[in-house]
Design a protein around this ligand. Structure first.
Ligand SMILES: NC(=O)c1ccc[n+]([C@@H]2O[C@H](COP(=O)([O-])OP(=O)(O)OC[C@H]3O[C@@H](n4cnc5c(N)ncnc54)[C@H](OP(=O)(O)O)[C@@H]3O)[C@@H](O)[C@H]2O)c1
Length: 336
């Protein structure tokens, strides 16, 4: 059993885009476990857009990262040592853990995962936080129902790819946007989206939405914000719902872009509701039951983009923020 740990610390607060100076890698000694603690050998780390918000010195729904401390995010690992009677050595767990080879945890936020439902890495994606986000955002917040047209931005990503597929299962028409022709082809040819467009090459977002959603939009699953939100607003149908999940196009801007078409919501009597997945953990059992069934029956397909090696975690984070990921961005740092 090693006594050393490799950790990636939050070294410098970024303004605008994140770069390598944000991070510092250090070797440290592993502490002795206290009563009630477990040592987790980390296997997969998840890099997610919300982590960019945790790098800012502003109050938000989740505490900011502390300078000089390891960055933290969703992870799957294996119990290497346990002084907590809820956990046995060898069990696989998921929770919020550090960007580090080993994490010491009180076990409070750890959940044992059942590899029978799917591969371990799925607990950071389609069977984890992004999948639950898609599920509650579409069904509870967006209240999507049979016959609705659902439009999803960042549609090929971890959340968006699941939203469109659940929409299809529920009898909706699913339309998506993504930032590449390969991603657009994946949406229509593999995930079953009814239509999709490349927002980077479309000459007008308004025209692309008119062509792909000719009868308007009942539910907009908002992942990107900015110009896309502005273009969607006039296309919302009577009493349409916007599930405001995220606005990734704004996260690295020093000044957010203005929204000009809000008045269109008055005309369509639409609503917009922000939501945070961590308020909806009560939906986890229903979600796991539904999603594991859909995966087993081949109704939901899932794609991952896995980098190898703890030292590549900052790169994985930066490439995900800039849209270079194709599928859920993960880093594999240990053997399963
Ligand atoms: N509310 C919640 O509780 C909650 C939970 C999880 C995630 N989220 C939000 O859900 C959204 C998607 O997250 P995810 O984990 O599924 O990430 P993801 O979609 O797997 O990866 C991020 C994607 O965002 C797209 N993107 C990046 N910059 C963009 C820009 N300027 N304009 C348009 N698209 C851009 C890129 O795809 P393209 O190549 O298509 O541009 C990139 O691949 C994010 O906004 C995130 O903050 C919210």
């Amino acid at each position: 059993m090693t006594t050393k740990n490799t950790q990636i610390l939050f070294a410098k607060r970024p303004t605008g885009w994140v770069d390598e100076t944000t991070f510092e890698t250090v070797e440290t000694d592993l502490p002795e476990l206290a009563d009630g603690q477990v040592l987790v050998r980390n296997i997969y780390l998840s890099v997610d857009p919300y982590m960019r918000g945790r790098m800012n010195d502003t109050k938000s729904y989740v505490d900011g990262f502390q300078l000089g401390q390891p960055l933290q995010g969703g992870a799957v690992g294996q119990i290497a040592q346990s002084r907590n009677n809820r956990f046995q050595e060898g069990q696989y767990v998921t929770g919020m853990l550090g960007w580090e080879s080993y994490s010491v945890s009180s076990g409070k936020d750890l959940r044992v995962v059942d590899p029978a439902h799917g591969p371990l890495s799925y607990y950071l994606g389609v069977l984890g936080m992004p999948g639950l986000t898609a599920y509650v955002g579409l069904l509870d917040v967006g209240r999507a129902k049979d016959g609705d047209t659902v439009f999803v931005s960042a549609a090929s990503g971890a959340v968006g790819s699941v939203v469109g597929q659940i929409a299809k299962i529920k009898g909706c028409r699913a339309v998506g946007s993504a930032g590449g022709d390969d991603k657009v082809a994946y949406l229509t040819d593999e995930l079953g989206y009814d239509a999709a467009f490349n927002y980077k090459t479309a000459d007008s977002l308004g025209r692309a939405l008119k062509e792909t959603c000719p009868d308007g939009i009942d539910v907009y699953f908002e992942n990107v914000g900015g110009a896309m939100l502005d273009a969607v607003l006039p296309r919302m149908r009577f009493q349409g719902r916007i599930a405001l999940c995220g606005m990734i196009s704004q996260y690295n801007l020093e000044r957010p872009e203005p929204i000009n078409n809000l008045i269109a919501m008055l005309v369509s009597r639409s609503t917009i509701q922000g939501f945070i997945v961590s308020d909806h953990w009560d939906r986890l059992p229903a979600f796991i039951a539904d999603m594991s069934g859909w995966l087993r029956d081949g109704k939901v397909k899932y794609r991952e983009d896995v980098m190898e090696g703890l030292e590549n975690t900052p790169d994985a984070f930066i490439r995900m923020l800039s849209g270079k990921n194709f599928g859920k961005q993960l880093v594999k740092i240990g053997e399963e």
